[in-house]
Design a protein around this ligand. Structure first.
Ligand code: ZN
Length: 87
């Protein structure tokens, strides 16, 4: 099985920060930062299939976000991410 590097990729509201620990079922997980600022750990399969596109609290309060807001959030997220890696 080829290992996919998802770091820096965006899945819905989630930005992949780093690889997480293997799950109990020995699946690859990823530590993601949600657009709301929370960190969440997601199984790689769920990112791939689009099952997970936000943290759990966002998934519960799922709202329709306009494209403009989404794009703005994405840029903020990327900016935070860049800042985090370039202190
Ligand atoms: Zn969230």
């Amino acid at each position: 099985m080829t290992k996919v590097n998802r770091i820096g990729k965006i899945y819905g509201k989630l930005l992949v920060i780093r690889e997480g620990e293997k799950s109990s079922s020995n699946k690859i997980t990823w530590v993601c930062k949600c657009a709301c600022g929370k960190k969440t750990i997601v199984c790689g399969d769920n990112l791939q299939t689009g099952n997970s596109t936000s943290c759990k609290s966002c998934a519960m309060s799922l709202r329709v976000v306009s494209e403009e807001t989404r794009e703005k959030r994405r840029q903020n997220l990327l900016r935070d991410y860049t800042r985090m890696n370039n202190p």
